[in-house]
Design a protein around this ligand. Sequence first.
Ligand SMILES: Cc1cc2nc3c(=O)[nH]c(=O)nc-3n(C[C@H](O)[C@H](O)[C@H](O)COP(=O)(O)O)c2cc1C
Length: 216
Amino acid sequence: MNLLALACSPKKGRNTDILVDELLQGAKETLCDHSLHIKKIYINSLSFRPCQDCGYCRKNESCSLQDDMTLVYKDIEDADGMIVSAPTYYGGLNAQCKMLIDRCFRFNEMVSNKDESWTFQSRIKKRKKLIFVGANGSFGKECVARQKTIISHLCNDINAELYQMIFAHKTDYYPVIENGELRQKARLMGKGWVHAIALDLQKNMIVEENSNGKRT
Ligand SMILES: Cc1cc2nc3c(=O)[nH]c(=O)nc-3n(C[C@H](O)[C@H](O)[C@H](O)COP(=O)(O)O)c2cc1C
């Protein structure tokens, strides 16, 4: 099982990052064997450019920009479970996260319908379960709704099911490090997440074996 965490805050060890670690810890406690591969990437440490809308990915199933995103693309394709974490900046996702999401447009396949509308599909075969981790310095009801819309679009393009979202609110007053209840919630979420992924993988294996005629 491949778990990929894309941490978009520039701050290591702070609010969103702590929640990511709790989720991953819950995952490790649930599936403590060699089949679990966890990769965490700090997006802020990468060198990559924002999407240029050059149109290359509409004709080719890849991106024209050759930068650090090339490696992340491979990890996204291989992931069974994915975490995206980002703090709220000016009411939306921070720039690092938005840049990452825009660069995932290369995974989107636009199919034209008879009525001149479009269906947006994913070019990725493997289905994954995604958790979004957010943090607001104050209270972010509107931010949650706004971010959920964008994350849902991302899920569509990378063939992910939005498994759960978890938010830290009022971090200016209650930093996550002091919020034991929220940390516990994240740890439990990580456990449930990995359990659900394991069940999916098991189901897929049975379907595959059936279609190969190995099992009835
Ligand atoms: C440039 C900037 C803009 C911010 N804008 C908002 C905002 O609009 N709403 C909010 O609730 N918090 C805002 N914050 C606060 C962060 O969302 C908050 O500190 C968050 O917990 C940071 O998460 P992190 O520690 O994981 O990086 C902003 C912080 C920065 C640096």
